[in-house]
Design a protein around this ligand. Structure first.
Ligand code: ASP
Length: 334
């Protein structure tokens, strides 16, 4: 069989990342690529590589996934995750699980059953039966998120979408760059300073030419208990198909769901043969045009070309460079 040079790209959320937190976001993404890339080069399948990369990011308290996840309106953590195999279109996901550090591992086990998606208590029971050990949910909670929860609770009229809008008057940001290339943002800018988020995701291409994608999140701050976002939904936050490519999204979930953003991005690769860079940009344009959404996504195609785009100010991301090295940043390359 034809051997491909492996590729891996990860993200750690698209939002306005405060200056003093950018380094941690970049370093975490680099570490995730680093961990998975060596394994991919030693022959690890893409499906395991994306799980491994997401595991690194889930364990890192910097991000809104696993440890460090945001709190919902009840002050509790509910985690969503998904994983997809582009070779078979097998898909596994979990929604609203409370006491596991690595929900993507549960999603991976779900993928091996006859089902695609388990939620809540049923998902937690399945996880324990599958040999994944539960942890005390308090171990997932970080002080930063408790503070944010208390702040948001005191704030009347907070809307989730506000959290993703670029701030007014920001220069040199991805959001502003986007507005010069057709993603013009005329919607109201966010009234508030940044609020911690950072869904994580990974897309990989392995030596056998298979593509996989995975996404893991605590969702949005102050979300309604039981709310499931785009991340674990097939074609919304996570998608992979060997015939086109793979993608993982982050941002305003209620918008990403309605335009099936990752599936749309992959379709752009097929219809008209857009490059991943163009397909990612078109997917964000679609989101913005149809539902005035703000988000980011990473993708790669079967030839191993990367795409990353956002209309938020930042997207924490990293990818392995062909020939060696890792590119990691919170801003888009110009
Ligand atoms: N897309 C995620 C959700 O809506 C949140 C995020 O990416 O920050 O659950």
């Amino acid at each position: 069989t034809h051997m491909t040079e492996p590729r891996i790209i990860v993200h750690g959320g698209a939002w306005t990342i405060p200056t003093d937190r950018r380094k941690a976001h970049v370093d975490g993404c680099r570490a995730a690529v680093d961990a998975a890339w060596g394994e991919l080069q030693r022959g690890m399948p893409a499906l395991e590589a994306v799980r491994l990369a997401v595991n690194v990011l889930e364990a890192d308290p910097t991000y809104d996934a696993g440890r460090g996840a945001v709190l919902n309106a009840d002050g509790r953590i509910e985690l969503d995750a998904a994983i997809m195999d582009g070779a078979t279109l097998n898909f596994g996901a979990v929604g609203a699980v409370r006491n596991f550090l690595h929900p993507v591992d549960i999603a991976r086990k779900v993928m091996d059953t006859e089902f695609c998606f388990l939620v809540g208590e049923g998902a937690e029971r399945f996880a324990r039966e599958a040999g994944i050990s539960a942890i005390d949910p308090a171990e997932l909670v970080v002080e930063r998120e408790v503070r944010l929860f208390n702040e948001l609770r005191a704030r009347a009229g907070f809307s989730t979408h506000d959290a993703f809008r670029p701030r007014a008057g920001v220069t040199g940001a991805a959001g502003e760059k986007a507005s010069t290339d057709g993603t013009a943002c005329h919607c109201p800018v966010g009234p508030e300073p940044a609020m911690p988020k950072g869904t994580v995701g990974a897309v990989a291409l392995d030596a056998a030419g298979n593509i996989a994608a995975a996404t893991s999140t605590g969702g949005t701050p102050m979300k309604r208990p039981g709310r499931v976002g785009d991340s674990p939904l097939c074609g919304a936050g996570t998608y992979a198909d060997n015939e086109t490519g793979g993608a993982s999204a982050t941002g305003f979930g209620e918008g990403i769901i309605r335009v099936l953003m990752t599936r749309s991005a992959c379709d752009f690769l097929r219809d008209g043969g857009a490059s991943p860079a163009d397909a990612a940009r078109r997917a964000i344009e679609l989101l913005h045009r149809r539902v005035a959404g703000h988000a980011g996504l990473i993708m790669l195609d079967r030839q191993g070309r990367y795409g990353v785009h956002c209309n938020t100010e930042h997207i924490a991301h990293a990818y392995a460079l062909p020939g060696g090295g890792i590119h990691a940043d919170v801003e888009l390359r110009r």
